[in-house]
Every structure is written in C-alpha cells, then in structure tokens.
Design a binder for this molecule. Structure first.
Ligand SMILES: Nc1ncnc2c1ncn2[C@@H]1O[C@H](COP(=O)(O)OP(=O)(O)OP(=O)(O)O)[C@@H](O)[C@H]1O
Ligand code: SF4
Ligand SMILES: [Mg+2]
Length: 383
C-alpha cells in the first residue's frame, strides 16, 4: 500500500468555555494544527502530560465530535464527508479502547454479550455463528468462553476486563485500534501482559495502533514511532529509538526525565522527576490563552525572544535521523547516542539549559512544510 491507513492533516479542535471562579472564558484550543500519518501495521504513540489534547485528538479522528477544521482520511476516504451508515462503517474499522475497563464495559451484560454486540451490529444474525466467533475472539485475548462468558465486568480483574474490551474491539474487524491510556490503570505486570497481547495481535491480524499515554516508558516497547504533544501541538515526532536515544525537543527531555530508572535502582530520582513533571503540568498555561509563539516557552530552559514571536513548525533538524522532526527554534543538537541505559539520553554539557546555535538552512526562519505523504515518517504541526 502506498498511502497511509490514517492521514490527519492540520486538525484543529476547539471548545467554547465559560469563565468560572475568576478564570476567563473563551475558546479552548485543545488541538491546534496537528498532522500525522499511521501506516498499515504501524504503531504510533502519542505522549504528553495531562491536558495536552491526546484524547481530544483521538475523538476528533473518530469525528466524535468532528474537528473544527482539518482533514482525517482513513483508507483514502475523508471521514468528514461521510454521514450516517457510511460514517458508522468507517468508524467500525477504527476501534477505541479506553483507560478504565470497568466503566467502558456495560456492568449488567455478561462478557459473551459484550463481545457479541459488534457482531450483531455488523449483521451476523446466526446465533451459532456468533457464539463461535465470540469463543474465537475470547481465545485470541487469552480468555475462555466457558470460564468467562457468563461473568459480568465486576467479576473480572482489571486485566481481564481490558482483555474483554480488546475482544469487543476485535469483533468489529478493525484495521486501526486507538488505545487511549488503555493500560495506564493496570498494575505493572498486567500492563506488560496486555501490551504483549496487543503486540501479538498486531502481528497476527495486521493491525495498526494509535497508542496514547502520559508515560514515555510505557509505550517504548510497542512503538514504531512516537509523537510528543504539548498544549495541543506536536513538538517532536520520530522513530521511537531515535526519540528515546536522542530527544531534540526540551519538552521531550522533560518527559524522559520522568521515566523510571528502575534498572539503575534510581527510583527516588524518578519519583522526584515525575513529581516535578506533575507540578509543571498543573501549572501549564491555559489552553484558552496559550503563550504566543512556542507554547512551551513559559517552561523552557532554552527559550529566547524569538520563541515568543514565531511558532516553531515541525521540521527535520540538522543532523537528525530520517523522519525525526522537531518543532523548536533551538533544538537540542543531534549528537551521538549517549551512554546506554540512561533514559534521558540528553546532549551533554552546555547543551542543557542553554540555547544551541540556530540550525542552518531551512531550520532558520520558516521551516518547510513537512506534512507531506511523500515519506513514511511524517507528522506535522502546521499552526
Ligand atoms: N468537551 C470539552 N469541552 C471543553 N473542554 C474540553 C472538552 N474536552 C476536552 N477539553 C479540554 O481540552 C484540553 C485537552 O483535553 P484532553 O482530554 O484531550 O487531554 P489529554 O491529553 O487526553 O489529558 P489526559 O492525559 O488527562 O487524559 C483540556 O484542557 C480539556 O480540559
Ligand atoms: S527553545 Fe524556544 S522554540 Fe524551542 S522549545 Fe524552547 S521555547 Fe520552544
Ligand atoms: Mg486523555
């Protein structure tokens, strides 16, 4: 296939909010000009702190509600042009799995009925055939129709519930699954099991995933590419290995600093970093009145005057690996891979906290439009 499975172009989603308790109302800019592609069989992870617009992006892709502007194309069809049954059919091919499996499953329905529902919607009217398919689907997610089919959600563990949610999603024969914090509420071991399950299904069923998470560590093992989102915009996109080993955007570095360093026995340092990130998120600028220019500038240790005046666009940085894009006027230099095992993988010495020389060529001034389907590695933030 020469075209992406999903292509998102210049997507904008806004909400009108009323002023409350001394806080001014206005137009909340939840997603501002996001572009990305997902290719068949690919997993793209979108990471960012709370309120950065990840779920809004996912919902806007699903046209629930439709974006204020921009385009979402799935299998070459622009979803915004579809209505009624045609839109429902397209949506069936894009399934969502949510964070809390207990609230995303009907508490009164037995597992077998939950998984059968999408089959009924797809017109599988024969009961015997439905039962056979439900049995197959439960088996695919490591459950058993006899043992689990009659149970209700509250009678299952969190991991089992999430497996039922995955089986229900698979019942619609999707090509793309959007997993919005799908493993965040599970404990570490169960997280790993569910991630392994999703990874296995990707291979056996040829699925693509849009994985949404706060935590870069969580998605490391499953991502082909990673897109980092801050206050409604993408600030860095690239092959997962590159983004983890050589982050170019100061915000990505901040997120990586919060990654657990359990392997190095540095748990306390991580907790401090994670706490600092949570505090910073709590003090993030309002999406109703985001900072001019670069939205990260109020938290950025490298900010300069230009950052308030010009919005940085996603562009390939000087010396960056193919497909590694960063939206920053003064990105961290693309250096050699630092010491292995250090999750932050930052540039050494004076690079930290100090602005690098502006890159030559297109990185100076206006960055070129990067949001073309000409490469397999695109994601852009064109506003
Ligand atoms: N329906 C809505 N009406 C008004 N504001 C909304 C609505 N939905 C989302 N928002 C706002 O849009 C911004 C982005 O929210 P969103 O839920 O997409 O963030 P998120 O990155 O998914 O956060 P989290 O990691 O906590 O799930 C937030 O400021 C949120 O309050
Ligand atoms: S250096 Fe400037 S453009 Fe880059 S992230 Fe910091 S504030 Fe934004
Ligand atoms: Mg969310």
């Amino acid at each position: 296939m020469t075209e992406p499975l999903l292509a998102v172009r210049d997507l904008v989603q806004e909400f009108t909010v009323r002023g409350q308790g001394g806080v001014r109302g206005g137009v909340l800019q939840a997603v501002s000009g996001v572009g990305l592609d997902i290719w068949p069989g690919e997993t793209l992870s979108v990471v960012g702190e709370t309120g950065s617009g990840k779920s809004t992006l996912a919902r806007s892709i699903m046209q629930a509600p439709p974006p204020k502007s921009g385009e979402v194309t799935f299998r070459g069809v622009t979803l915004g042009t579809l209505r009624g049954a045609a839109l429902r059919d397209a949506r069936r091919s894009i399934q969502m799995i949510f964070q809390d499996p207990y609230t995303s499953l009907d508490p009164l329905w037995p597992v077998a009925r939950i998984v059968a529902e999408p089959l009924i919607a797809a017109g599988v009217s024969d009961r015997g055939e439905r039962r056979r398919r439900v049995g197959e689907l439960l088996e695919q997610v490591g459950l058993d129709l006899g043992a689990h089919g009659r149970r209700r959600a509250r009678e299952l563990s969190g991991g089992q519930c999430q497996r039922v949610a995955i089986a229900r999603a698979l019942a619609a024969s999707p090509a793309l699954i959007i997993a919005d914090e799908a493993v965040s509420s599970l404990d570490v071991l169960v997280q790993a099991q569910v991630l392994n399950l999703l990874e296995g299904l990707r291979t056996s069923l040829g699925l693509s995933y849009l994985f949404i998470a706060h935590d870069l560590a969580l998605v490391k093992q499953v991502s082909d590419r990673v897109a980092v989102m801050y206050l409604g915009r993408l600030c860095e996109v690239g092959p997962a290995d590159e983004v983890y080993a050589r982050p170019r955007h100061p915000y990505t570095v901040e997120l990586l600093d919060a990654v657990p360093r359990i392997e190095q026995g540095e748990r306390p340092a991580r907790d401090a970093a994670a706490d600092a990130l949570a505090d910073a998120a709590a003090e993030a600028p309002s999406p109703v009145h985001p900072p001019s220019g670069c939205r990260f500038r109020t938290r950025c240790p490298r900010a300069q005057a230009r950052c308030a005046q010009e919005t940085p666009l996603l562009a390939p940085g000087q010396g960056a690996a193919s497909g590694h894009l960063v939206a920053c006027h003064f990105p961290i230099a693309a250096g050699p891979e630092p010491e292995r095992g250090h999750p932050t993988a930052r540039a050494p010495g004076p690079e930290r906290g100090r602005a690098a020389e502006p890159a030559a060529g297109p990185e100076r001034g206006r960055a070129p439009a990067t949001n073309t389907a000409a490469t397999k590695t695109i994601a852009s933030d064109s506003k």
